[in-house]
Ligand binder design. Structure first.
Ligand code: ZN
Ligand code: ZN
Length: 380
């Protein structure tokens, strides 16, 4: 990898104040975001999620979290933990109170065309973060020495933020693409047939249809050099955990989601199937990147497991350009790109050719990489 290694972070111990200061800072920053969502729901919340909220329960949860955050911050300082981190957390909690706190009134509004998915970011980061930091702590790890705040976590967190905030852009673009470009291919008889199928069959169908598009799109991104420079960003982390899978060039979810939505739209799946599909893939995409060493047994032939996707991210020679599917290994088994040694995990992760280290450099990488290759070609 291109960047120099810093001194290895050590595992925090209960009682040294580091965990408390980190939790205080996290809760403080999430609280500011949550209060902003309550204050400006039209611009900062996702219309598709809004009807499912119990706002009073959310306000109560926020009040409890803010109180816990403040106590953890004070406790951390008393224990001699990092003062700057606890100070940021306490300052953020103060700001959240100044902005109105958990019981800030929410007024009626009209839905603007453009919005940020700040509510989706706060909820997903809070719940996924809490659950997976805990799971990676209690289960055997693929990399036993890897700590949650490993090298590169800030960059991956930034990607998590940007790709969650942009959910509105991804949804509007993908829905327009499917509806506008493929309206001619809609067949009412096919859609009536699909709606009449049992729920389990519909679920299997949506997974297989989406995964076939994932397979083709993903493989194309690996095999076409100009597209690889976009997808290489996702392969650039040299550590795998629940957060590392968030590292995706902005164009990648835009393209993949648009294409995956086409068969889902054409087959006319009802809302309950789409809801089950979205929940399944949201959890699975975190699980398969996580630093959890599980033996999935025969399940490895049915669904994409952590070990399967870790081999996809491997920099080991034997695994390059293997395991393209995202949900079930079926298409990799059929097309001969399946690679899953049962008893081994990859030795190293990342790209063979380094990509830039920062988010801006990575965003520009598909373009700057193309210019650099053109220059190289001309001087030969
Ligand atoms: Zn890939
Ligand atoms: Zn991945």
């Amino acid at each position: 990898m291109s960047h120099a290694r810093q001194s290895a972070p050590t595992r925090a111990r209960i009682g040294d104040g580091r965990i408390g200061s980190f939790l205080c800072a996290t809760i403080g920053l999430l609280s500011v975001a949550a209060v902003l969502c309550l204050r400006f729901p039209a611009f900062l919340t996702t219309p598709e999620l809004r009807p499912h909220y119990d706002v009073e329960l959310l306000r109560l949860t926020l009040a409890v979290a803010m109180t816990a955050g403040a106590l953890l911050g004070v406790l951390s300082i008393a224990l001699g933990g990092p003062r700057l981190r606890a100070g940021i957390g306490l300052g953020a909690l103060f700001l959240a109170m100044v902005l109105g706190g958990p019981y800030v009134p929410t007024t009626d509004f009209h839905q603007p065309r453009v919005y940020l998915g700040l509510d989706w970011l706060v909820l997903d980061l809070f719940f996924t973060g809490v659950v997976f930091v805990f799971l990676e702590w209690i289960f055997p790890r693929v990399r036993p020495d890897q700590v949650p705040l490993r090298e590169g976590w800030r960059l991956d967190l930034a990607y998590f933020g940007v790709n969650h905030l942009a959910i509105g852009v991804f949804m509007v673009v993908s829905a327009h693409f499917a509806h506008d470009a493929f309206a001619w291919a809609v067949n009412a008889k096919v859609q009536t047939f699909v709606v009449g199928l049992p729920g389990v069959v519909r679920f299997v169908m949506v997974i297989l249809a989406a995964d076939l598009v994932e397979y083709v799109t993903h493989r194309t991104m690996h095999e076409v050099p100009v597209l690889w420079r976009i997808h290489a960003i996702h392969h650039s982390p040299d550590a795998m955990d629940w957060l590392s899978g968030s590292r995706l060039h902005f164009l990648e979810p835009l393209v993949t989601r648009s294409l995956v939505l086409v068969p889902i739209f054409l087959l006319g799946f009802p809302q309950d199937t789409i809801f089950a599909y979205v929940i399944f893939i949201s959890v699975q995409s975190v699980v398969i990147h996580s630093n959890i060493r599980v033996n999935a047994g025969w399940l490895r032939y049915v669904i994409v497991t952590t070990q399967f996707h870790h081999w996809h991210h491997a920099a080991d020679e034997e695994a390059v350009d293997r395991n393209y599917t995202a949900h079930t290994p079926l298409w990799d088994l059929l097309f001969g790109t399946w690679h899953l040694p049962a008893d081994r995990w990859p030795k190293k992760y990342g790209t063979i050719k380094p990509v830039p280290g920062g988010m801006l450099g990575q965003f520009l990488h598909p373009f700057t990489g193309a210019v650099a290759e053109f220059r190289e070609h001309r001087t030969k």
